[in-house]
Write a protein that binds this ligand. Sequence first.
Ligand code: NAP
Length: 301
Amino acid sequence: MAFRNVAIIGLGLLGSSLGLAVRKHLPDVHTTGFDADPAVREKARELGLCHAIADDPAAAVRSADLVVLCVPVGAMRAAATAIAPGLAPDAVISDVGSSKQRVAHALAETLPDHTIIPAHPVAGTEQSGPEAGFASLFEKRWCIITPPDGVDASKLEALGDFWRRLGSTVEIMDAEHHDMVLAVTSHIPHLIAYTIVGTASDLEDVTRSEVIKYSAGGFRDFTRIAASDPTMWRDVFLHNKDAVLEMMDRFLGDLGAMRDAIEAADGDAMFDLFSRTRAIRRGILEQGQDDARPDFGREHS
Ligand code: NAP
């Protein structure tokens, strides 16, 4: 293991999970955490999320050979600026942000003399904050690394090794491609969930209590996603604007086609689409990316 001292900046869901995962899988690695919120730092000490919690960002990274920024993507530049005075010259700076091109740009601009290797563990829940973290979050999940051109190969390999030891499968991808893929697999689904839950809560002729009462008809599965952290998701849409708009136009076109099929009573078009989408679900289950039991394994007793 190339890294002996890891600094974790931002101790919410991702940062706290990272601290706990390192404790579990890499017991010889020392972690130092920092969060901008003093109450979060206090909670992190209480929960033992890292070996040490610093009250100052530069002090948190002083002996780190790997720094992982776990803040919302809109806060990456500020977090990088704050750690800059404490960074060792050969430290690797990485992150866990959900969008990659703009984060990479912001980090490269802020820390031009350092090795920056952005990454995105495709693992999370709708929870946020330091108490939401758990050590197994990254196990059997993908971690996409989006290295810049000309990156030091040994440092890239070390970062991949770090994530693999936490239980992830590592994929190397171009940042632009990452942003397009994640727009369709994560960002648009979140936008749809936020919108449909908003639409339902704004309806006038269906009461809010009816929406909640009959939510098992499908609505409640959207509410899990729509309960995700507002700051994090606002920043994702601001930072992955181009890819999201491109995928959104595709989606709106397909939604329009479904509207036409319903209006024209074109059952074949509907049946064809619904059969293809079922196959996608089967593929996700075959790759162990979700609970295969009916209704996500919920208790029905
Ligand atoms: P979170 O639970 O809200 O935690 C973020 C923490 O960072 C908060 O405690 C926040 O404090 C703190 N923070 C904000 N600005 C900071 C700064 N400049 N310096 C130090 N700390 C700062 O968010 P999260 O879910 O862990 O997400 C963190 C990152 O992971 C985001 O970039 C997100 O895109 C990415 N990600 C999230 C998921 C997911 O499912 N949640 C999955 C994969 C990747 P305040 O609350 O006081 O601002």
